[in-house]
Design a protein around this ligand. Structure first.
Ligand code: ZN
Length: 713
């Protein structure tokens, strides 16, 4: 059982924003008590593979199940403390690891649903339970008698004859206690509890505000000309959305969800409308209304600074990074600064290209943020004769899935068998049994593809059940979640190149979960440092655009004809196109995250001015805004990536360098794949990231392949 329960939440991937509406009702305690009497979350499951019985679980079941599981966990902790035997690895560290199974099971499912298929009861439960879970974690990590036992075992660590993984578990457990304040004086611990509880509530409020701001926006188009070259499948989706919102007209509704806003900004020739969309997106949480997030940000940053000082660190970033591969803010800045300057220069060249194109369109104004995506498409077409949206017919969602699976078969010999007999949380979900080459069971994989109101934005993976082998082998159950455009009428779900890449990315996280082969759940699968965890996912993206891989799956959804060679050539030729923008947009957000969290003072910041100053410091050009502005930067204010948004580029050093290992041999080299699986994917967090990497590659990672991939060398 992890000490910090909230860390069982998903691996977040470039999440955008949330998507459901209206205020939540009060949870009904009487109904909850009734539901308790037969609560499937607290029973043993006789489903195939022991998957959660989603068909029997109701939203009302979560709150009582969470509370009952916390009670049960407390009793287990009490028993460990009350043990009259001297503390040993088995009766303390392993017993702790065994404890909280029910709570782990319920929280995993609860947070999976909270993200992927929420409703008013779930949202209200999340709000209610956040401070309770925070207090529960603190009660364990600040339990003096328990910590004394951990300390006693830790002191004898060299004489216990522990295996490598047991030593790692002991070190990690001890470290987690210390990092949770177990060593602090009573008064400091009291203050720590208050801080943690307040932070848990702020985080939940932040997320709810982004949800409200996202859902309160709509752009209604009544003149078809304003749709420009928007792909037919997305026009149909916007018409559906207008109907769903009760607009009785020939019109199209656009929202701030990615499948809606991005194509609009790329294709609508109406500059004013693009500006409205762009501002609607960028100003979320910064509108001085009841959903404004500025006060929450300011308070969060203050509390984090105060907490890190209590812990004896210079800043929140120092505290967080000391437990990551990067180790220090200096190391993070060292990497960011190396990439920032060339990327910024390239973005200025891109800007000049677009400005020229705009002038040719007869527009006298200078290029603005809301023009960037529109002119990117025009320049792409002019330079490479490539229209990204004309590619969609080759990327029907099931075809992309087949491509992802075929790649996994090529590399690792995996087999995928669709199962229609397993319960799901939504009828659109697909479920697969994943098998080894010899037909033996590996894992269960759930796929949830489409954007909908009950799902937050972005794409992510979670483990509904983590792999472990303490009392017999437990096979993993994992999910992938996306916000792809839903099918509409006769039009199937057709993905953009970027969306197809996201599919490969999330599947990489799924592999990390499915290939896990460790003893302890705490060290399994994606339980690695934040700046390591995006490595196995990002590495899969590298295969997507390779001609050999495209030929495996990119067939036209109507004609079945494979993607033409000349189109593949254009994709290859334009590989680094617009990478200045993509890099700068991402890195601006990474710098912003660091700026908030290297503060060594608890003096209040004013987020709007603070963000402007931080962006001026790095010389960000006006036409680009950070990938996430402060008001909706959920990764760092409600998602566990604080002082960690740099992780994507840090992990990219590893993934680009790893993909080079395949390029040096062959794209589907079985030996390299086997070594990658064995040394990285199966090991979870049982060794430090750098050690895992060196065991795989035989040396430390090199930055060259990353710079080359992004065209920055
Ligand atoms: Zn990811």
């Amino acid at each position: 059982m992890k000490l910090n329960l909230l860390l069982t939440a998903a691996v977040l991937c470039l999440a955008v924003s949330a998507c459901s509406d209206s205020p939540a009702p009060e949870a009904d305690d009487a109904a909850s008590d009734a539901a308790m009497t037969a609560n499937p979350l607290l029973e043993d499951w006789d489903t195939p593979f022991g998957v959660p019985p989603f068909d029997r679980i109701q939203s009302e079941h979560y709150l009582p199940a969470l509370r009952a599981s916390m009670e049960a966990h407390n009793a287990e902790i009490d028993a460990i403390v009350a043990d009259s035997d001297a503390p040993s690895f088995e009766n303390t560290i392993e017993a702790l690891e065994r404890s909280g199974q029910s709570l782990s099971r319920v929280t995993r499912i609860f947070y999976a649903l909270d993200s992927a298929h929420s409703d008013e009861v779930i949202k209200e439960t999340a709000k209610t339970i956040a401070p309770e879970l925070s207090a529960h974690s603190d009660n364990i990590s600040l339990n003096k008698e328990l910590f004394d036992r951990v300390l006693a075992v830790h002191e004898q660590r060299d004489d216990l004859g522990l295996s490598g993984e047991q030593q790692r578990l002991l070190e990690e457990t001890h470290k987690q206690f210390v990092r949770s304040g177990a060593n602090l004086e009573d008064a400091a611990q009291e203050r720590l509890r208050e801080i943690n509880s307040e932070l848990a509530e702020l985080s939940q409020q932040f997320q709810d505000n982004v949800l409200d701001e996202t859902n309160n926006f709509e752009l209604l188009v009544t003149d078809k000309a304003d749709l420009g070259d928007l792909p037919a499948s997305l026009v149909a989706l916007a018409a559906d959305e207008a109907k769903r919102r009760d607009h009785d007209c020939e019109c199209w509704a656009f929202t701030l969800q990615r499948p809606s806003i991005n194509p609009f900004l790329q294709y609508s020739p109406n500059r004013k409308m693009r500006k409205r969309m762009f501002d609607g997106y960028a100003m979320r949480g910064d509108n001085d209304n009841e959903a404004d997030n500025k006060a929450i940000i300011s308070r969060t940053v203050q509390l984090r600074a105060e907490r890190s000082a209590l812990m004896g660190y210079d800043s929140h970033a120092h505290f967080v990074l000391s437990d990551n591969m990067a180790e220090t803010p200096d190391n993070v800045y060292g990497l960011l600064d190396q990439i920032w300057k060339p990327a910024l220069e390239i973005s200025k060249v891109e800007r000049a290209d677009m400005q020229a194109m705009m002038k040719a369109d007869g527009i006298e104004d200078r290029l603005r943020g809301w023009d960037w995506r529109y002119y990117t498409e025009k320049v792409r077409k002019a330079k490479f004769d490539l229209d990204e949206d004309a590619l969609r017919p080759y990327f029907e969602v099931n075809a992309v899935r087949d491509g992802v699976f075929a790649l996994a078969t090529e590399l690792f010999g995996l087999q995928f068998e669709q199962r229609n007999d397993l319960p799901t949380w939504h009828p659109d979900q697909q479920v697969f049994e994943v098998k080894e080459a010899d037909g033996s069971h590996l894992a269960i994989l759930y796929m949830d593809y489409f954007a909908r109101e009950s799902k937050r934005g972005g794409a992510w993976m979670n483990a509904l059940r983590s792999q472990s082998n303490v009392d017999g082998f437990v096979a993993p159950v994992v999910t992938n979640n996306f916000n792809f455009p839903a099918p509409s009428g006769d039009s199937p779900s057709l993905l953009s190149l970027t969306e197809a890449e996201t599919f490969f990315h999330e599947f990489g996280h799924a592999l990390h979960g499915m290939f896990s082969k460790v003893t302890y759940e705490s060290l399994a699968g994606t339980s690695t440092p934040r700046d390591f965890v995006e490595f196995p996912s990002q590495v899969m993206e590298n295969w997507m655009r390779q001609p050999e891989v495209l030929r495996m799956f990119a067939n036209h959804h109507e004609t079945g004809e494979p993607i033409p060679q000349e189109v593949i050539d254009k994709i290859t030729a334009s590989a680094t196109f617009n990478q200045g923008f993509a890099t700068v947009e991402y890195m601006a957000a990474a710098y912003l995250d660091m700026a908030y969290h290297v503060l060594d003072t608890t003096e209040a910041v004013e987020p709007r001015g603070f963000e402007n100053a931080a962006m001026a410091d790095i010389g960000l050009i006006e036409e680009i805004i950070p990938r996430y502005r402060s008001g909706y930067f959920q990764h760092i204010f409600s998602g566990g990536y604080s002082a960690g948004y740099y992780s994507y580029i840090w992990s990219e050093i590893l993934d680009a360098d790893t993909f080079m290992a395949f390029q040096e041999t062959s794209l589907f080299d079985q030996d390299t794949a086997a070594r990658y699986r064995e040394e990285i994917l199966s090991k979870g967090g049982t060794l430090p990231g750098m050690e895992l990497y060196q065991n795989f590659r035989g040396r430390e990672p090199e930055i060259g392949p990353l710079l080359e991939k992004r065209g920055l060398n």
